[in-house]
Design a binder for this molecule. Structure first.
Ligand code: KE4
Length: 429
């Protein structure tokens, strides 16, 4: 595989961009080797600057649910661009998007558009704190919610103690108000509420975790969190930046039948353009400026071009629910195919997933939370990654991400993927 243009370009990138990238995971730090510089994408495929084509299992980390460069999305963007890129004023497209989001997610009566998942989470946390007058937040080890200070926090020495910064630059004054619980463990949440009575504004989680690899919780866990938050008058915030509109038209909350107080969105709602959103009841969202005291703003929020892209993708998903059936079937085909190989070759591996989200962990133990995910053999994953890359398949360059399927993938490609995986796994025996 020729990669000299990627290598030359990446060398140049490293002179002007920290680590040569605009987002750390793209630097291949967890798997080694030279990041591929992608020149174009279409359907389920990426093409790099050396002309190598890859079957794409990252999909820009989730946004490309219909596949790359979908004609309806492209035409909507081109049409919107002809009328200008951004007005910094109210426009019809943002009203259309807001109405569309509220129509697809029953728990959302009102929504605010922002420009990333990070911004959506940061704003939802401020809203929960503003409405409750409380300052502490509970998150779960292994869940990632973007890079706002309050979410770059790890568990203190004992799970009951205050959070510690998980990045340079995060002040202890901020980290102390973020408490960390164990994903799937209701008792760890109840203990934190008992230790911090009347001080916790919200519990935030990925309703299906996809940033420690994929971990699917039980419905009882999500229902239990709903009960605890209702009893404690704390907000239950679902971070559906990945799961939103991917696992079902109404996201994970539709699939599991659990209603959060606030939901954060990103990725799919922008169809590749920078879009995030957060939403909830009219009463709560009415507390956001200018209608309420919780401030939040954004120059490009709701800009017409980004709205056009997201609206095009969402309306296809809304009007063709059979797409979800196909995504679920292909996801199950991939997971059962990989599980069969692990069994056949007696490999210490675990396959988690739901719908179009999957993950192959190189550990023989079940993966149910951050601690068990950490048992994975990341070196083995890196070898798997590079084997598949040389088979022209682009998986996430980290064990602790997800395999993203799109509507552009086919059952035949999944079969071929399983064959390529067998070439690798059969050598491990
Ligand atoms: P952004 O700010 O990157 O748009 O969204 C942050 C975010 C929030 N919530 C969840 C559940 C997320 O997964 C993310 C971002 N996801 C990562 C992939 N695991 C984005 C990839 C990257 O950081 O380059």
């Amino acid at each position: 595989m020729i990669t000299q243009h990627s290598e030359t370009l990446f060398e140049r990138a490293c002179q002007y961009l920290p680590g040569g990238v605009n987002s750390p995971v793209r630097a291949f730090g967890a798997v080694g080797g030279c990041p591929r510089m992608i020149a174009k994408a279409s359907g389920a495929y990426l093409t790099d600057v050396d002309g190598n084509q890859y079957l794409d299992y990252v999909g820009s980390w989730g946004p490309m649910l219909l596949g790359h460069n979908h004609p309806a999305v492209r035409e909507a963007v081109v049409h919107a661009v002809e009328n200008g890129l951004s007005f910094g004023a109210a426009c019809e497209a943002e009203v259309h998007m807001a109405q569309l989001l509220c129509s697809m997610v029953p728990s959302i009566e009102m929504v605010r558009m922002v420009n990333s998942g990070t911004e959506a989470v940061m704003s939802a946390l401020r809203l929960a704190r503003g409405v409750t007058g409380r300052e502490k937040i509970i998150k779960f080890a292994g869940c990632y919610h973007g890079h706002c200070d309050a979410m770059l926090v790890k568990a203190g020495s004992g799970l009951m103690t205050s959070g510690l910064p998980d990045s340079a630059g995060v002040p202890q004054g901020c980290a102390k108000d973020t408490l960390t619980a164990v994903y799937g463990d209701l008792a760890s949440v109840q203990d934190l509420f008992a230790q911090n009575p009347g001080q916790i504004a919200a519990v935030i989680l990925e309703p299906v975790a996809a940033n420690m690899g994929v971990v699917v919780p039980t419905s009882d866990f999500l229902l239990g969190l709903r009960d605890i938050c209702s009893k404690e008058n704390a907000f239950l915030i679902f971070d559906e930046v990945i799961t939103g509109f991917r696992l079902a038209p109404g996201g994970a909350q539709e699939l599991f039948g659990v209603t959060p107080d606030l939901t954060c969105f990103g990725k799919v709602i922008g169809a590749g353009m920078p879009v995030g959103a957060y939403g909830g009841s009219r009463e709560v969202m009415g507390q956001i400026a200018p209608s309420g005291p919780v401030y939040q703003a954004g120059t490009l929020s709701g800009n017409p071009v980004a709205m056009a892209a997201g609206i095009a993708q969402l309306e296809i998903l809304r009007d063709h629910p059979d797409r979800y059936t196909k995504l679920d079937q292909m996801g199950e085909q991939l997971r059962s195919g990989l599980r069969a190989l692990l069994e056949k070759y007696q490999i210490a591996g675990t396959v988690n997933g739901i719908g179009s989200l999957s993950c192959l962990f190189f550990t023989g133990q079940p993966v149910t939370d951050y601690e068990s995910a950490q048992q994975s053999d990341t070196k083995q994953y890196a070898q798997f990654f590079h084997h598949m890359l040389h088979q022209e398949m682009y998986f996430a360059p980290s064990q602790f991400e997800a395999i993203f399927l799109s509507c552009a993938h086919t059952s035949t490609e999944i079969d071929y993927t399983i064959c390529c995986a067998e070439n690798f796994l059969s050598q491990l025996r």
